[in-house]
Write a protein that binds this ligand. Sequence first.
Ligand SMILES: C[S@@+](CC[C@H](N)C(=O)[O-])C[C@H]1O[C@@H](n2cnc3c(N)ncnc32)[C@H](O)[C@@H]1O
Length: 291
Amino acid sequence: MDTFHHLPVLSSRIVESFASVPSYGTILDCTIGGGGHASLLLKQYPNIRIIGLDQDPEACVAARKHLAPFRHRVKMISTNFANFEPSEPLSGILVDLGVSSYQLTQAERGFSFRYKGPLDMRMNSTEGETAADLINRLDETELANLIFKYGEERLSRRIARRIVQNRPFASTTDLAYVIAGCYPPKVRNGRIHPATRTFQALRIVVNNEMQVLDQLLATSPSWLTPGGILGVISFHSLEDRRVKRSFLNDQRLDRVTHKPIIADEFEKKQNIRSRSAKLRICRRKGDEHQD
Ligand SMILES: C[S@@+](CC[C@H](N)C(=O)[O-])C[C@H]1O[C@@H](n2cnc3c(N)ncnc32)[C@H](O)[C@@H]1O
């Protein structure tokens, strides 16, 4: 495994968001990745404990290594957060959605159109259908609908038609090349790569991302003790809309943020991923935590 690299987004805002957690509280990090946010929380709040989840076994190895200095306060579980049920009340829950920079830049994981690799895109490479299986199996209408719904891609029908004409596909760059050909040349070389939205759609479906997010938003508030904090970082409008709606309508929660917290200009320059990050925070209703 190469060195795990991932710069956590909105880190200082995450750390301050959990300031009200009691000193011996437990925070569940549903998407621990390389343990970036978790290590900052463990440093800032010297008695809290963290339960860390990740469906990617490689991320769990990286997080364990990174968090070794705090190992007595950390419990790692390699699982999808949709399959998790806590056995203790939680003072905080953190969710940092999507893929890590490490996953994105590992060619063999197949997440990026920038690196030639197998069209895989599974966050947990030990189970489920790959992106190649998916696009080689679906019919043209199903493909167009998927690309439109989860990629918000205007050219979904044209892209689906070209995919069907040119399949089977096995590699990321072959697929990206065919998608780019669906765009007029001046857009093809624009700021956003033409394959961005289709790749987003495929990744969302391969990993069942919207369903597991909906499930987590429905169940996790009841895992919190009164006054407990739930913070979610999303990276595109399909995720953020769900988080916003859920925080607004959930009778168990009070919103701490009414507008999402976004990165400042300095962070946006340092960390490209932060440009699309939106953090929303809410608090479980009831008495405030007692220390
Ligand atoms: C953006 S990274 C998290 C980075 C982390 N906050 C840090 O600071 O290092 C997202 C991580 O969440 C994991 N992930 C995404 N969806 C998941 C799910 N449904 N269940 C468990 N882990 C998930 C991914 O495998 C990835 O490692």
